[in-house]
Design a protein around this ligand. Structure first.
Ligand SMILES: NC(=O)c1ccc[n+]([C@@H]2O[C@H](COP(=O)([O-])OP(=O)(O)OC[C@H]3O[C@@H](n4cnc5c(N)ncnc54)[C@H](O)[C@@H]3O)[C@@H](O)[C@H]2O)c1
Length: 272
């Protein structure tokens, strides 16, 4: 049991399809004890049974944009778990209209909402929990290839992920002095609630499946297992990293699939 005796906070479970669920599942299997948060009352009734499934009755309301919620967090954790070893930040949001059409038309309001909820929240959450985070602890966030590279429809969320990945490096430096590690997993596309806001998501899934070296899409179990490693002492020398869990899609300089002159899908290597 790699996480036996370890305790953590999981932020970002909406349902059993959430990446945070996959992470909690892997951590639970390795003996971790966890507390969970839910965004609002509608999600509370989904998160409570999930927490129970993982042997936890500690479920807190947390909207990362609500300072009162953040202020109360460390006290709740201290009361229920004492000091903890890890934080999972699996939170992102952008208004749907900002994930359609051209990036150039992104409004200031949508830009600010995406950055605040998806990037600043990593800082504010980490700062809020820091008083109860042990030395040797680990913070993990979730990012996507749409940050460092162009991906259709990802728009402002791509800019947010680029800023999130940079934030991981700056936080890793700050918290390194306390022997706390900060890393990101860049997950391949997975059909979740958040992903449903992204245009042509089925096409993105299919494209990644046919063009990744492993010829499949990742699952929440794939991401969960890698996350468990980064949260554990097995990764004690790893910080500031963006670790790709995407069936290798990010290494491809050229895809396997192309279209012929008639628009039919063919293997690129068969194109004449
Ligand atoms: N699904 C993918 O294809 C994919 C790929 C790479 C990275 N990611 C990232 O993984 C993370 C988790 O997303 P997911 O795909 O599991 O979807 P999800 O919808 O299951 O999870 C997103 C979570 O963010 C929470 N959230 C949104 N606004 C919030 C706020 N103001 N305060 C607190 N919580 C808030 C939601 O309640 C939800 O639990 C996100 O950062 C996402 O960008 C997803």
């Amino acid at each position: 049991m790699i996480l036996k005796g370890k305790k953590g906070l999981i932020v970002g479970v909406a349902n059993a399809k959430s990446i945070a669920y996959g992470i909690a599942e892997a951590c639970h299997a390795q003996g971790a004890q966890m507390a969970f948060t839910y965004l609002n009352d509608a999600l509370k009734k989904r998160v409570e049974p999930i927490a129970e499934e993982f042997g936890s009755k500690f479920v807190y309301e947390l909207d990362v944009n609500n300072q009162a919620h953040l202020d109360g967090l460390a006290g709740q954790i201290k009361k229920d778990l004492g000091e903890i070893d890890f934080i999972v930040h699996a939170v992102a949001y952008a208004p749907k209209e900002a994930l359609e059409g051209e990036f150039v038309n992104t409004t200031k309001e949508a830009f600010d909402i995406a950055m605040g909820t998806s990037v600043y929240s990593l800082l504010s959450l980490t700062r809020a929990v820091l008083p109860v985070l042990k030395e040797g602890g680990s913070v993990l966030t979730l990012t996507y290839l749409g940050g460092p590279k162009f991906v259709p429809h990802y728009n402002v969320m791509g800019v947010a992920k680029a800023a999130l990945e940079s934030s991981v490096r700056y936080l890793a430096h700050d918290l390194g002095a306390k022997n706390i590690r900060v890393n990101a997993i860049s997950a391949g596309p997975i059909k979740t609630l958040a992903a449903s806001g992204i245009g042509d998501f089925r096409m993105i899934l299919r494209y990644n499946e046919v063009n990744s070296p492993l010829k499949r899409n990742v699952t929440t179990e794939d991401v969960g297992n890698s996350a468990m490693y980064l949260l554990s002492d097995l990764a004690s020398g790893v910080t500031g990293e963006v670790h790709y869990v995407d069936c290798g899609y990010n290494i491809m300089g050229m895809g396997d699939v192309a279209t012929d002159a008639e628009g039919n899908t063919i293997l690129a290597w068969d194109a004449k």
